[in-house]
Every structure is written in C-alpha cells, then in structure tokens.
Write a protein that binds this ligand. Structure first.
Ligand code: BMA
Length: 329
C-alpha cells in the first residue's frame, strides 16, 4: 500500500470481491447486488440508504426502512459477514430525557461513526415535521440514547468525523429546504460537546456537471496520511429528474474544510437496473464504508433507487491515485 491509513481497524473478514477482469473503473459493484432487497423484512416497502460498521467480530448497522404505510424510520441490524443481515422488524425507539426529541415523526439516511468509546448515529430527523440532523449514541445497537438535534431545520446528510480535530468534534452537513431541495453545498460544523454546534465552515459547492445541482457527504471520512478521504454524492438535474452519483474528495487533516483534491467525474453512477428502476429511479446514495487498515480495501454500502441496498468495492490507493490525476482543484 502506498497510502498509510490512520486510526482504522483491521477487518480481515469484511466483504470483498476482486476487481473483475477487464474492468477499468475505480469502484466496482458486488456481483450479488443488491445485498438487502426491498422486502427483506415483512413490514418493509424498501431498505436503502443505510450505515454499517465492524462490531464485535462481525458487523452491525442502522438501516433506513420505509414501511408499507410509507413511514420512514431507522432499524438496527446485525450480520456475521456484512452481507447477510438480520434486521429488526421494529424501528429503533430512541431513549431520551429531552421531551422535544421524543416526538417521533420520521427519520432517514443514517450514518454511524465510532468515536472514542461508542457509536454515534446521525440522521435526518424530523423536528415538527421539518428535517434536521438528529444525534444519538449506542454501545450495543440495542439501546440508543438521543441527544439534542445538531442544527435548526432545514438540514440533511449529517456525517461525523471519527475523532476530535483541533479540540472539537466535526460534522459535515448540507443545509437544505423543506422539499426536494434544488441546491446544496457541504459545510463542516464544530462542537466541543456534541450539543452546541458552530464555527461553520464552507467546504464545497456543486461544480462539475454530474454534481451540478447539489452535493452531500456520504460515508464517514477515512483518515490517511494524505488527508481525509471522503466519498460524497452529487446530483444532476436531467429532463427526467434528479440523478444521484458519487465520487470522492481529499480534505486537509487539520482543517477539513480545505479541499485538497476533488474528483472530476463520478466514480459510480446509476447504471445497473436495480439502481435505475425502483421507487426513485437513478439513485446511488452511499452512507457507509468499511475499511481494512492492513490492505486498504474499502466496501461501500449504498442505497439503490431508494429501494434496495448495494455494496461496491475499491481501495484507498485506487481512489487516491485517481484523485491525484483527475482532480477539479
Ligand atoms: C434525498 C433523500 C434521500 C434520497 C434521495 C433520492 O433528498 O431523501 O433519502 O435517497 O433524495 O430520492
């Protein structure tokens, strides 16, 4: 490996498939996609933009499940191999001593980030039916304690960094509106205590055609000796509506709002049938990555057409090599 990965675990048994012969892409799909199909549990209409982590010798996750009344909520799940999942039929009921936070309407698009001694969940949480970023923590994926929302509405795609930087927790987010927002930049906000978030810094605006409408952080950024490697989604508005693809950026280690490299092109876009057809066509939406510190292998979990969950693969070296020669900045 050319690039050194910092602060990640060894996950020798994480999902992996080698790049298919003749494939020139930086990211390639798992041959058995989608790994979680829409009706995986009896109550689900769809299971898609979801977050998984290595946990106790296996894997655990928080899944976006839209049920058959089309209510959106988060469910916990466990897996031995990261591919076959046992997902709770009931939604997560967050414990909280903040009455305003207990008023559940909907929740979606979770991310899970291990920081210090526990797993933090961030997600798009409704507050009086308006989306903003909720925060909770868990030690065991059975009991979840909810904290204050990070921001005022409207906000989406809250993605934490896995350690304090310059004395503060850091979270990327994308301020938005109440609907299918036609704009969106990535910002980073800072907090000394996971409650008060401020010192907001602008990171990136939409730029290239594939991401010209809006962009949002995807999985938890990966710390390397070249900077934070962060996958992010970008949206193009076509005659037929939004198209969600994703690429990668490299951010400064100490001031992650400084963009060092940024992909010129998408690295994965909706092209397979399960990404192009579903409840919302033409969506590939990454929410998690597993990274093996020893080999640099990455498995990305992504929502497919707001319907199923897929997995795709790359390596830290492959992505950073790509960015080296194909950067917008
Ligand atoms: C975004 C979010 C995502 C969804 C995407 C495409 O605004 O709602 O959950 O995957 O739109 O529909």
């Amino acid at each position: 490996m050319k690039v050194k990965i910092l602060n990640e675990k060894s996950i020798p048994d994480m999902p992996w498939e080698s790049k298919p012969a003749g494939c020139n892409d930086v990211i390639w799909r798992y041959s058995q996609n989608p790994v979680i199909k829409r009706n995986h549990i009896p109550t689900s209409n769809s299971i898609f933009n979801s977050a998984v982590v290595a946990f106790e010798g296996g894997f655990a996750g928080v899944f976006r499940v839209d049920d058959r009344s089309r209510s959106m909520s988060l469910h916990a799940g466990f897996s031995k191999d990261g591919l076959h999942w046992d997902i709770a039929h009931e939604r997560i009921k967050f414990k909280t001593d903040i009455p305003e936070m207990a008023d559940f309407q909907y929740g979606y698009d979770p991310r899970v980030c291990f920081i210090e001694d526990r797993y933090y969940v961030t997600w798009c949480n409704s507050y009086k039916y308006k989306p903003t970023i909720g925060i909770a923590y868990t030690y065991d994926f059975k009991e979840f304690t909810q904290l204050e929302n990070a921001y005022l509405p409207f906000n989406r795609n809250g993605v934490m960094f896995p350690r304090k930087i310059g004395g503060n927790y850091m979270m990327a987010s994308r301020p938005s509106d109440s609907g299918h927002t036609p704009f969106g930049d990535i910002y980073i906000s800072q907090s000394p205590d996971m409650i008060y978030w401020g010192k907001h810094r602008h990171v990136m605006s939409p730029s290239a055609s594939w991401e010209s409408t809006k962009i949002g952080a995807g999985p938890i950024p990966i710390e390397t000796d070249r900077g934070w490697l962060m996958f992010y989604h970008g949206v193009l508005t076509s005659c037929n509506g939004f198209v969600y693809s994703f690429s990668a950026a490299l951010l400064d280690i100490d001031e992650p709002w400084r963009v060092l490299k940024r992909g010129k092109e998408y690295l994965l876009s909706p092209q397979e049938l399960y990404e192009c057809a579903g409840d919302v066509p033409n969506v590939t939406f990454p929410c998690a990555n597993l990274v093996d510190k020893d080999t640099g292998r990455i498995a990305i979990y992504y929502g497919c057409a707001d319907t199923h969950t897929g997995v795709c693969f790359t390596t830290v070296d492959d992505v950073i090599d790509y960015l080296e020669f194909n950067s917008q900045v």
